[in-house]
Design a binder for this molecule. Structure first.
Ligand SMILES: C[S@@+](CC[C@H](N)C(=O)[O-])C[C@H]1O[C@@H](n2cnc3c(N)ncnc32)[C@H](O)[C@@H]1O
Length: 276
């Protein structure tokens, strides 16, 4: 299995053994909530259409796709041990927030992802990255994983767009979508997840389910990840549901854990893609 080169909230690496068997063979693969791109990296389709609303993430992926080893050289200069220090971190965070150069921004985004607190990606209301220093003893430079991404992404197109725009490109048998939206909150008092400044609301979750039902009638195969709640069971009532237990950490340092049920909602076209 190929590990992604970013740390990302909601990353699905450990859940791949459950997700991959739900993805049939096909021609075009769409991943509209890309995050660390875990599922993309571990599948094999002819063509990929990958999107996320996080502009820094998509800029990073486009740069890695284009520059490969040159990107690795540029980014490596920020991984010297003397840069793993609080004062330097805040200087580089400021440099990132002021930079309009796409290559420099992509290198600093990786630096912040690896040196910042818990690999979080969070911005304030004015769009400035504001994650504090992570204080990790040892920082790994993920050069091999970046290179694997570079090679794999040559038949991929990246979009900084809302999920609905990417999903609507799928329209026929052989098109497969894997959608991993921010989790539906477990209780009414818990907040809807927000990545950056934008929240993913109940209405967004509903539109994703509605659009999936519609695309399934065009023979598109769709798999959605979420957690099991009374609301998600209603949202995906027209899909086949698979559930399995997962452990999730609640404290910031990840040392308190609780069990939840993870859900996969699968919308299958009537015909199988193998008959293409
Ligand atoms: C749970 S994460 C995906 C994790 C990914 N599957 C992985 O394994 O790393 C959800 C992603 O959806 C993105 N996102 C949030 N709202 C979105 C929207 N309306 N359209 C597209 N992407 C969105 C976030 O930026 C985040 O990267």
């Amino acid at each position: 299995m190929q590990r992604p080169f970013l740390k990302w909230a909601g990353g699905k690496f450990n859940l791949l053994p459950h997700i991959l068997p739900q993805l049939p063979t096909g021609r075009r693969f769409f991943e509209p909530f890309l995050g660390a791109a875990t599922v993309f990296l571990n599948t094999d389709y002819d063509e990929y259409h990958l999107g996320d609303t996080n502009a820094d993430l998509i800029n990073l992926y486009k740069t890695v796709k284009l520059l490969g080893e040159d990107y690795i050289k540029h980014a490596f200069k920020y991984f010297k041990p003397r840069y793993n220090e609080s004062r330097k971190y805040y200087q580089l965070r400021e440099k990132f927030n002021q930079s309009c150069d796409p290559i420099e921004r992509s290198c600093l985004f990786l630096y912040l992802n690896r040196h910042g607190y818990n690999g979080l990606c969070r911005y304030n209301r004015s769009g400035r990255f504001n994650v504090p220093f992570g204080s990790y003893k040892k920082i790994l430079f993920p050069d091999e994983a970046i290179y694997a991404f570079h090679k794999k992404s040559q038949n991929a197109k990246f979009y900084c767009d809302d999920f609905s725009k990417i999903m609507k490109k799928a329209n026929k048998l052989g098109d497969i979508i894997y959608a991993d939206p921010p989790y539906y909150p477990l209780s009414k008092s818990a907040n809807f997840t927000s990545y950056g400044q934008i929240k993913f609301s109940h209405d967004d979750q509903q539109s994703l389910a509605d659009l999936s039902e519609k695309l399934a009638t065009k023979n598109v195969h769709i798999v959605i990840s979420n957690q099991l709640t009374p609301e998600t069971q209603v949202l995906y009532q027209k899909a086949k549901l698979y559930q399995f237990p997962v452990r999730r950490s609640i404290s910031c340092r990840g040392n308190r854990r609780y069990d939840v049920e993870e859900l996969l909602a699968v919308y299958c076209p009537k015909d199988t893609v193998n008959s293409l």
